[in-house]
Design a protein around this ligand. Structure first.
Ligand SMILES: NC(=O)c1ccc[n+]([C@@H]2O[C@H](COP(=O)([O-])OP(=O)(O)OC[C@H]3O[C@@H](n4cnc5c(N)ncnc54)[C@H](OP(=O)(O)O)[C@@H]3O)[C@@H](O)[C@H]2O)c1
Length: 333
């Protein structure tokens, strides 16, 4: 195999970011889309110029049309369709949050191991050069010992008829966008926190529309993360250490062409702007999957990292529910 044939499982809104990235990749081609209704699949395939359209997810899995699937389903369906795809011998790039329970994550990891296929979580920002440069600075000790991190991902939920507002579908701001600062803190610290405190405001549909989390690493480092569906768009991440701080104005995503600023401020308060090469935001995760599939190397975001993302979210929700701190290792299902 020299080219990975990709299929889209659903006509999700987010596909519009993956389609150009797959088409631009040197080793990937987009060949199929599946939808729950044939008419929707046909219309979508015509709109986006996709050669094959399947009228059910199962029909795409059972075909031999694709090598890899991109799964952008509502959160509660990630595990089921990832496992089914792996069992059909397909490689899977699954959207964040990977799954909404640890038992689901473990079924997905077992299926990946048993099938020998590549499985990865689609955290596009982790592949961007900005994240890697910031990671080199923080993990390489250039900020000294890390003391406090602060990360935010907020937006205004205009449409109340949204999958993100349905509790039983893995709705909620922490699952949806709080996972960004949470996963960036984990990347910088090289692992999950020891314990967490969570607090939330639950809206009328029964999901957290605002969430604040404190993450304790037990070594003097702490992170404060927040997410909300109730403010204009805002993302930010600061890392503060004994030797200075790193400030990221667009750590995760933004509108196309929006400037990313990555600034180091030292103990003398002098600011140094770090140059960040341009790279299409979704290109990295697609190239990484293609390469992992074609060469047999593991994907850049390891499944243990992904498992820790989910464990930490579960601990935060449990803490918000109980009103007390929760150790991440308490999360077992
Ligand atoms: N990485 C990122 O930048 C990013 C950005 C946005 C979203 N996401 C993630 O991508 C996933 C999808 O988000 P989205 O906003 O694109 O979702 P969306 O537009 O609501 O699409 C979800 C799709 O799932 C399918 N589906 C299957 N069962 C469904 C059900 N019971 N109710 C509704 N839809 C159902 C539908 O496709 P068919 O009708 O074709 O079957 C629908 O188009 C989420 O996990 C989200 O966290 C990631």
């Amino acid at each position: 195999m020299s080219v990975v044939r990709w299929g889209l499982l659903s006509t999700a809104n987010i596909n519009r970011r993956l389609i150009p990235a797959i088409r631009a990749s040197a080793q990937g081609e987009l060949v199929a889309v599946a939808s729950r209704r044939q008419a929707d699949a046909d219309a979508y395939a015509a709109e986006w110029g996709i050669p094959q359209a399947f009228g059910s997810y199962e029909a795409l899995l059972a075909s031999s049309a694709v090598d890899a699937l991109y799964i952008g389903l509502p959160n509660h369906l990630h595990a089921e369709w990832t496992v089914r795809a792996l069992e059909h011998g397909l490689h899977v790039l699954c959207e964040k949050p990977f799954a909404v329970s640890l038992s689901e994550v473990d079924r997905m990891l077992d299926a990946a191991r048993d099938s020998g296929r590549v499985l990865a979580e689609a955290f596009m920002y982790r592949h961007h050069p900005q994240t890697k440069i910031a990671g080199d600075w923080v993990r390489g000790g250039r900020l000294g010992e890390i003391s406090v991190m602060r990360g935010v991902f907020n937006f205004a939920m205009g449409n109340r008829d949204n999958i993100r507002l349905v509790p039983e579908w893995g709705g909620g701001s922490l699952w949806d966008v709080g996972v960004y600062p949470l996963s960036l803190a984990q990347y910088f610290m090289g692992g999950p926190p020891l314990w967490v405190h969570g607090d939330q405001w639950v809206g009328p549909s029964g999901v957290d529309e605002s969430f604040i989390g404190a993450l304790h690493y037990g070594n003097g480092a702490m992170a404060q993360i927040s997410s909300a569906f109730r403010t204009p768009w805002y993302t930010h991440f600061d890392v503060m250490g004994t030797e200075g701080r790193l400030v990221m104005t667009r750590p995760f995503t933004g509108t196309e062409g929006e400037e990313r600023r990555l600034t180091f401020v030292g103990v003398d308060d002098a600011a140094l702007e770090l140059a960040v090469p341009e790279q299409e935001l979704y290109a990295g995760e697609v190239e990484d999957m293609n390469d992992a599939i074609l060469t047999g190397r593991p994907p850049y975001i390891g499944l243990n990292e992904t498992r820790d993302h989910v464990r930490t979210v579960l601990a935060l929700y449990e803490s918000a529910r109980r009103g007390e701190r929760v150790f991440v290792e308490e999360m077992v299902a």
